[in-house]
Design a protein around this ligand. Structure first.
Ligand SMILES: C[S@@+](CC[C@H](N)C(=O)[O-])C[C@H]1O[C@@H](n2cnc3c(N)ncnc32)[C@H](O)[C@@H]1O
Length: 352
């Protein structure tokens, strides 16, 4: 018996020695800490908005061996149930949400965890410069799941954090916006070695709470796509930032003496431009070395081609006629949510 015990300990010791040093020392403690936070969280069956216990466990299994020294940025936190699991695994957690009530709920749930900071930001509208001086290794994308939003979150993460190594997506299984974003980035090699996380990770079907956008009614549906997906950053560069596609821009006449827009623009991915009141036109990327210029043919606005110059975030642009005698820009375009934001923020303060 004593001999068997001795053999067992020897085997365990040999196994631990075979593992990387940090894993042997920290990985198992990380898994245990993560598990105790998972047990404190409701499962997806009880609270559909959060990730499932299986998802959280897969995250821990994927990252625990390496996360001891890494920083994770969590986009969309709700009640902080995933935040607490991340805090058990990573050295530092930066958690962002647009809703103060959710940030407060998450702060209460993670009370006592000293490695989490909470930031109130609207990821689509606010300036990501707010956190880009941090070296971020992993970004967990789980905020607004519409295509434009998920794509903007992924593109911003890839552009603003040179140290980024992994992207994690939640709600891949049933949100088309998440699926499209991941497959676009995988197709061009910007994301590589993606693998399933959570329910349906092995291709088995699982039930999720679906809803009809028109009526707002919820109902159960099935999918065999995984709940989430984790990917490594590949070697390929992101290419031109096309986050301006399919967005609505207000157009103002320069100089901006009156804040009354004179029209609307929407750039479509196939090179068409829909506008009001100038009808439809065409846009192309300009053959300059900089990818912030585009050329526009919109005869009802201008008989000659118009040059578009985007700001670095593609949230605004100036337009100038190519044949104009002066280089002064004639029009200014700005994404609609940036115009609405100050009114929303000010309006929210009526409820304070
Ligand atoms: C699906 S929930 C997040 C669930 C959470 N990650 C979890 O696992 O428990 C989505 C969250 O994203 C936040 N959100 C939605 N749009 C946002 C935006 N534009 N900027 C920041 N947060 C946003 C919502 O307030 C909500 O708390």
């Amino acid at each position: 018996m004593r001999r068997m015990c001795y053999m067992f300990h020897l085997l365990l010791l040999l196994q631990l020695c075979a593992l990387p040093y940090t894993w042997a020392r920290e990985g198992s403690a990380c898994l245990m800490d993560a598990e105790s936070e998972i047990k404190r969280a409701p499962d997806k069956a009880e609270m559909f908005v959060t990730t499932s216990h299986v998802f959280k466990r897969h995250l821990a299994q994927y990252f625990c061996a390496i996360s001891g020294n890494l920083t994770v940025l969590e986009l969309g936190i709700y009640h902080g149930h995933t935040t607490a699991v991340l805090a058990a695994m990573f050295r530092r957690v930066i958690s962002v949400d647009v809703e103060k009530t959710y940030l407060d709920a998450a702060a209460a749930h993670t009370n006592g965890l000293t490695n989490v900071v909470f930031l109130r930001l609207n990821l689509m509208v606010d300036d990501w410069q707010a956190f880009t001086s941090n070296s971020v290794d992993v970004v967990v994308i789980d905020a607004n799941h519409k295509y434009e939003y998920v794509r903007a979150d992924a593109h911003n993460a890839l552009r603003y954090f040179p140290s980024l190594k992994f992207l994690v997506f939640d709600d891949f299984g049933h949100e088309k916006g998440v699926q499209e974003t991941v497959s676009e980035l995988e197709d061009v090699g910007v994301l590589v070695e993606c693998q399933g996380l959570g329910q349906g990770w092995d291709g088995s079907a699982w039930k999720f709470l679906d809803w009809d956008e028109r009526t707002g009614k919820t109902f159960w549906s099935w999918t065999n796509k995984s709940e989430g997906r984790v990917c490594k950053r590949g070697e390929a560069a992101l290419g031109m930032d096309k986050t301006f596609l399919n967005q609505r821009f207000y157009i103002y006449r320069q100089p901006l003496s009156q804040l009354c827009s004179v029209g609307l623009f929407r750039f479509l991915p196939d090179g068409r431009l829909l506008s009001s009141p100038w009808g439809s036109g065409e846009w192309t990327i300009s053959q300059t070395s900089q990818d912030r210029y585009a050329l526009l043919q919109l005869p009802e606005m201008s008989p000659s081609p118009v040059e578009i110059f985007f700001n670095s975030r593609r949230t605004a642009f100036v337009l100038s006629e190519l044949d104009a005698p002066t280089s002064r820009s004639e029009w200014f375009g700005i994404r609609d949510d940036l115009v609405h934001q100050p009114f929303e923020v000010a309006g929210n303060h009526f409820h304070d």
